[in-house]
Design a protein around this ligand. Structure first.
Ligand code: NAD
Length: 543
């Protein structure tokens, strides 16, 4: 029986290991990488505590070596999807009745498992599945996922502590009920941490989950599932199914018990899911919660007072780390004519030193893009830019898919601020630069605000405080995560809650209390200690 007010450990960001030459973590992760590379595995679905194999298989391949097979995974049929719904609903009563401290313990244990015995495995799996360098894997699969779990447990406690005041003679309480029904988590390929968090954040609030990872992240998703199982997530609470996203989604959205979707991925897919939910609204028992963090066309805008080398570094790190496949990656840049050459020279000098290849070679800063469709999208874009008059490739532009899907860090310069590479999310190592007249700062800010349907991240570089303040006001709705004199990527849980508005999502701020609030439906309980025995109020008495 729980009869005390427990306090969860105060969360702190997980320290990022360096993987410097000679370090023990470097040896361990490389050995794990080699072992996983050489072993072929078969990933089943995980439904109601059981591993489910259908025999309908797809293969997993590292993007940097697309002829190599890491193994296979099993694709769901409609029956499997409905089995997952049944299993989730069957687990619901016991899970939501479990004391919150017990739920917290499970996810704190998951964090410690990742920080310790699973660290090398989850990082190596992310290096292989998503072609991340060890640094990119470490800040995602290890540190960010650990932070999500530890900070969210603390936010959960903070939510539960939030209670109304009570007038004389009564006690008002809020109970934070999980949603009625089940939550559907759909995750993207690019962050192992996001995949884990889409499930764990809603589950820790007492919800049951059906999770559909991206086909291009299954190899690391299975490690996340192993962690959940070892941490003690009970059977049926988080169910992992893979397969045709449209079929799975249609089956799930057809259930009257569908209570919410926790989505991260592209804007187009999210809008279609929203439309499908809207079209079926009459069949649901409750109004489903719709939480989606989606695409971006993230900007860097430099004021004439900016320091060229700082802007150049912001562009290189912001646009090219993880091959530009971060929703927050800088993909459109506005430079004043007075410093444009200095900035672009700085970018060219830094890019010239970038090595690209397999993440197994730790000297590589960049690796491959995720799959053939991404490679072709980028290659076609580069071909078009080469033909168009209003733009030119000034750095990079090489594509090579003979071994893996490699696209070199590419800078496009355009004379048209609405050129398609300034407005379309391309999700790769390609950034477009527009050079403006120094005396058009004000107009440029307006242009930054009005160029794209997205509003995820953005950065302003300036040494002039008035200019920063003007940008702060002019770009109020242009980005949900807004940076002064920094790159627009690299949000840290607990420090920079993440999410954007407009076409970039519902801005429920992953890694914050705001997100967790979407997974509860508060019930107010008012208790009157000595209830009245007559309806009469004093004003009704005769004078
Ligand atoms: P994606 O849209 O291709 O896929 C996302 C998920 O949706 C996957 O699980 C996929 O299988 C599923 N899906 C695809 N088609 C579907 C359909 N018709 N019905 C239902 N589900 C479907 O995105 P991706 O390539 O995996 O990830 C990149 C995208 O994610 C980019 O647009 C990026 O900006 C966005 N993203 C946003 C954030 C954020 O926090 N805003 C974070 C990471 C990624």
């Amino acid at each position: 029986m729980s009869n005390s007010n427990a306090f969860v450990p105060v969360p702190e960001n997980e320290p990022i290991l360096t993987y410097a030459p000679g370090s023990s973590e470097r040896k361990k992760v490389l050995a794990t990488y080699k072992k996983m590379y050489a072993t072929s595995i078969d990933v089943p679905m995980f439904i109601g505590g059981k591993e489910v194999s259908t025999g309908n298989l797809a293969s997993m391949r590292p993007p940097h070596e697309h002829q190599h097979t890491l193994g296979t995974y099993h694709l769901a049929s409609k029956t499997d999807v409905n089995e997952a719904i049944k299993s989730a609903l069957a687990a619901k009563k016991k899970w939501s009745a479990m004391p919150w401290e017990a739920r917290a313990s499970i996810f704190l244990k998951a964090a410690d498992l990742i920080a310790g015995p699973y660290r090398a495995k989850i990082n190596a799996a992310t290096m292989l599945a998503q072609s991340k360098t060890i640094h990119q894997a470490e800040i995602d699969a290890a540190c960010e996922l650990i932070d999500f779990l530890r900070f969210n447990v603390a936010y959960m406690q903070e939510i539960y502590q939030n209670q109304p005041v009570s007038g004389p003679g009564m006690w008002n309480r809020l109970q934070y009920r999980p949603l009625e029904g089940f939550v559907y988590a759909i995750s993207p390929f690019n962050f192992t941490a996001i995949a884990g968090n889409l499930c764990a954040s809603a589950a820790m609030m007492g919800n049951v989950i059906i999770w559909k990872p991206s086909d291009h992240q299954i190899f690391s998703a299975q490690v996340v599932m192993d962690v959940f199982r070892e941490a003690g997530v009970p059977d049926g609470v988080i169910n992992m199914i893979m397969g045709d996203p449209e079929m799975i989604t249609d089956e799930i959205l057809a259930s009257p018990d569908f209570a919410g979707v926790h989505y991260t991925g592209s804007t187009f897919v999210f809008k279609n899911i929203w439309k499908k939910i809207g079209n079926q609204i009459h069949q649901y028992k409750s109004y489903p919660r719709i939480v989606g963090e989606t695409g971006g066309k993230d900007f860097i805008v430099a004021h004439p007072s900016a320091i060229a080398q700082q802007v150049a570094t912001g562009i290189v790190r912001g646009a090219f780390e993880f091959q530009g496949q971060k929703c927050s990656a800088a993909s459109r840049v506005y430079l004043p004519a007075s410093i444009a050459d200095a900035v672009l020279d700085g970018v060219a000098q830094q890019v010239a030193t970038i090595k690209m290849g397999s993440p197994e070679n730790f000297e590589n800063f960049m690796t491959a893009v995720i799959h053939r469709a991404a490679f072709e999208r980028l290659q076609n874009t580069i071909e078009k830019v080469k033909k168009d008059n209003e733009a030119e490739i000034i750095i990079g532009g090489e594509c090579d898919d003979s071994v893996g899907y490699f696209v070199s860090p590419t800078v496009v310069r355009t004379t048209d601020p609405k050129y398609f590479t300034m407005t379309t999310e391309l999700f790769g190592p390609l950034v477009t630069v527009y050079v403006y007249d120094d005396n058009k700062w004000h107009e440029t800010l307006e242009m930054v605000d009005q160029t794209s349907e997205y509003a995820l991240t953005g950065a302003v570089f300036s040494q002039d405080r008035y200019a920063l303040q003007e940008a702060f006001d002019a770009l109020e709705n242009s980005a949900g995560n807004f940076y002064f004199n920094d790159k627009p990527t690299g949000a840290v849980v607990g420090q920079q809650p993440f999410g954007g508005g407009r076409g970039s999502g519902t801005n429920d701020k992953a890694g914050s209390m705001f997100n967790l609030l979407r997974w509860v439906s508060p019930r107010l309980i008012k208790e009157t200690f000595v209830p009245p025995t007559n309806y009469h109020y004093p004003f009704l008495e005769k004078e």
